[in-house]
Design a protein around this ligand. Structure first.
Ligand SMILES: [Zn+2]
Length: 355
């Protein structure tokens, strides 16, 4: 082994050990009640908005593990959160902050992006604990009327028996190896990134090419419905859940072109309101992450589209100073301890760090 590789291995080992100690300390803080003490004696005054996507088993093949929480993990989180935090309706929490009212201490709201069918199971869990949430819906994909492109790309590439894939990317023939599961994951993220930079017609033509290249994968998603049905959404709304906009087709708004973006934003709200007889005031920008997924022009379109707030994947908390067209949220993973440590630890780090 070269000295350079040896040093890199040594550093990796140290980081791994530190992460393990850190995880151990977090558990210690949690189980010995230190985090509860912080929450009780040094309560948070702003709003924490949790961001979930899919609630499915680790092995689910339509969403990456980074955006999934298992049903068991979700129940565990909601059981704890509903006991120790006031869970507010997001619309009402926004209205309270915007009208200058004081939030209850440690207030939080729960959101889900995309509108996966598994969110119906999450709704049942929320209902068991008297909690509420807002579901940001990709409206053309309700009932799988259109196939949710992010999941389709992942499913086709992970499930095909083909060892490789050839596609025309921006006029150039490109070959992708699908020999190993790591290679497949890398292809999923590369193609997803490419599609995010496309207009809607460009995205659709790449999808068509992908489907015909990987035509051994059938049916999609093991023949199960991927996204929420109209009936499930009606039941959820009747059960105190709220719906928010997440565009018509999960396009990347800055790449779509101004007219397409305007339509995707405004029509999404109109569809939800006219089909479900419900008021829709919140919007979440799709395709959050390292890429540009909103900008000032897009923010103005959401404002003009009849919404009262727009939510990002940026990390942070909401108060009267928040820019309502780029509200931050907290990404949630499987671990309850990590979530509670994040919320209580963030406050100490920020507040004590500034004093
Ligand atoms: Zn999304």
């Amino acid at each position: 082994m070269s000295p350079k590789a040896g040093w890199s291995n040594f550093t990796k080992q140290i980081i791994k050990r530190l992460t393990m100690i850190n995880a151990f300390l977090k558990k210690l803080f949690f189980y010995f009640g230190l985090l509860s003490l912080i929450r009780r004696f040094y309560p948070r005054k702003n709003l924490a908005v949790l961001r979930y996507h899919a609630v499915c088993l680790d092995s689910c093949n339509y969403a990456t593990p980074t955006i999934t929480v298992t049903p068991e993990g979700f129940r565990n989180q909601i059981r704890y959160l509903s006991k120790h935090y006031p869970i507010l309706d997001l619309d009402e929490a926004v209205e309270m902050i915007q009208s200058g009212k004081t939030l209850p201490p440690n207030a939080l709201a729960i959101t889900f992006d995309d509108g996966y069918a598994d969110n119906y199971g999450a709704y049942k869990i929320l209902k068991d604990y008297g909690a509420t949430a807002t579901f940001f819906i990709t409206t053309n994909c309700i009932d799988d009327r259109e196939i949710f492109w992010v999941a389709e790309v992942q499913y086709l590439i992970l499930m095909t028996k083909h060892p490789s894939l050839q596609l025309l990317i921006q006029g150039k023939e490109e070959a992708f190896s699908l020999e190993t599961s790591e290679a497949r994951k890398a292809v999923v993220s590369k193609l997803t990134r490419i599609i995010k930079s496309y207009t809607i017609p460009e995205r659709e033509s790449l999808r068509t090419a992908l489907r015909s290249a990987l035509d051994d994968v059938h049916p999609l998603f093991d023949g199960k419905r991927l996204m929420l049905s109209h009936e499930e959404m009606e039941e959820m709304i009747a059960g105190r859940m709220k719906m928010g906009g997440h565009t018509l087709t999960h396009c990347n708004l800055p790449s779509a072109g101004i007219e397409a973006a305007r339509h995707e934003i405004a029509q999404c709200r109109r569809d939800l309101e006219s089909r479900f007889y419900t008021k829709v005031t919140t919007f979440a920008y799709p395709n959050g992450g390292a890429n540009a997924y909103f900008n000032d022009e897009i923010k103005a379109l959401v404002n003009a589209g009849g919404y009262l707030s727009a939510w990002t994947s940026k990390h942070g908390y909401v108060d009267a100073e928040t820019d309502w067209w780029q509200c931050p949220r907290l990404a949630v993973t499987e671990s309850l301890v990590e979530l509670i440590y994040l919320m209580e630890g963030d406050r100490l780090r920020t507040d004590l760090g500034h004093s």
